[in-house]
Design a binder for this molecule. Structure first.
Ligand code: TXA
Ligand code: MG
Length: 359
């Protein structure tokens, strides 16, 4: 299949031609990737079983992992959900359009293919002008998982989508780099109290300011087990990751650097290519083959925006093992650590004090 690549700048009049073309493809049952303010989404008609099937096929996604339906005006919600609980309304008023997905009891019209057979449906109202224009022009709820091959880091650039899905989908609308870089926060409002299923740019603190306390899915920050299964089916997959093995190292800054340098030297000696995910504050401390900075420790938004791009870069450079620093889990840090933990398959070690370890 030939994938159409179209750059779009919403400030220019010819943008509408591209948006119309994307909408036509979606209405005809095809697949179009487009930018949102979080990551690029792979869109298809969310009310059409065949289009949903194509999405699973293109991504290689397990069919029990439900899709998010994207809308461009709040009225569309009434078509696809059975009820809107009062707390959901408060969250919608506070954060829509924006990087927040809500889980509702689903209406009959939504096919089981879109929800992985669940009786609930995930809905998001993105704020990105390109996403909104495409959805509005299509006039349909658009099912859009992240536009990566299943298991890979989500795409934050059109080039990432092209690398993963080029030749497998009809069109990629290139609207530049995404703003947040981590997928939307997911809150289940079909239960009371609401439960945070996936941390994102709308933080626990922000949610609690609007609706009081929010429960946290216990499977969020530790390795899912048979007893503690995540409620968002997609969160159970630990392979969210680059080809390289990823290892998180926590502890005091100096100990982290010493430990990573020691381990990297041993790996290098064994003929493996090593990488470190550092920050502006610490990059000079490391001696691996490739040292990349996620951004400033003082700016978690920057770290979130760069994380997936940097993970992909290590793959591109053929790095075999990547060591990463860890971040405080408050605010946006919760989303960053959730994705890092998944990329690392929950492999975290404590840095050793060089003197104590006697090396
Ligand atoms: O930021 C985002 O949300 C991006 C952009 C494109 O909008 N989309 C995205 O979709 O991240 P995806 O498919 O990669 O992740 C959807 C997550 C999965 O973990 C899935 O299990 C969960 O949402 N989910 C979807 N429907 C659900 C439901 N009814 N109940 C619980 N979890 C659900
Ligand atoms: Mg995804």
């Amino acid at each position: 299949m030939n994938t159409i690549l179209a750059k779009v700048d919403m400030a220019r009049p010819e943008a509408m031609e591209t948006i119309r073309q994307a909408a036509d493809i979606l209405r005809a049952g095809g697949l179009v990737a487009f930018p949102t303010e979080t990551v690029y989404g792979l869109g298809g008609n969310g009310l059409d079983e065949k289009a949903c099937e194509k999405i699973y096929l293109a991504k290689g996604r397990p069919s029990d992992n439900p899709l998010i339906l994207h809308i461009a005006q709040q009225e569309e919600l009434n078509r696809i959900v059975r009820e809107i609980p009062p707390l959901a309304r408060k969250l919608m008023d506070a954060f829509w359009p924006g990087p927040l997905t809500l889980i509702f009891p689903k209406a009959e019209i939504v096919p089981p293919k879109a929800t992985g057979g669940l009786d609930t449906v995930a809905v998001r109202f993105p704020s990105h002008p390109v996403a909104r224009a495409v959805i509005r022009a299509a006039g349909l709820p658009i099912a859009a998982p992240s536009a990566n091959s299943s298991g890979k880091p989500s795409p934050t650039r059109a080039s990432h989508v092209e690398f993963d899905l080029g030749g497998r989908i009809d069109m990629i609308v290139d609207g530049g780099a995404t703003e947040w870089g981590l997928e939307s926060t997911i809150v289940d409002v079909s239960v009371e109290p609401p439960v945070l299923l996936r941390p994102g740019a709308v933080t626990q603190e922000m949610l609690e300011e609007v609706i009081g306390s929010v429960e946290i899915d216990p499977a969020l920050l530790s390795k899912p087990t048979a007893a503690v299964k995540p409620k968002a089916p997609g969160m159970k997959y630990t392979h969210y990751s680059p080809k390289a093995e990823v290892l998180l190292v926590k502890g005091a800054e100096k100990n982290v650097a010493d430990t990573i340098n020691r381990m990297a030297a041993a790996e290098k000696a064994a003929g493996r290519k090593t990488g470190v995910m550092a920050t502006e504050q610490t990059r000079e401390l490391y001696h691996a083959d490739v040292v990349l900075s996620l951004g400033s420790r003082e700016n978690p938004a920057e770290i979130g925006a760069n994380l997936f791009k940097i993970l992909r870069k290590f793959d591109f450079l053929g790095v075999d093992v990547v060591y990463s620093e860890v971040f405080p889990e408050k605010g946006e840090g919760m989303a960053i650590m959730n994705r890092l933990q998944k990329a690392a398959g929950y492999h975290v070690i404590e840095a050793e004090d060089e003197k104590r370890s006697g090396i």
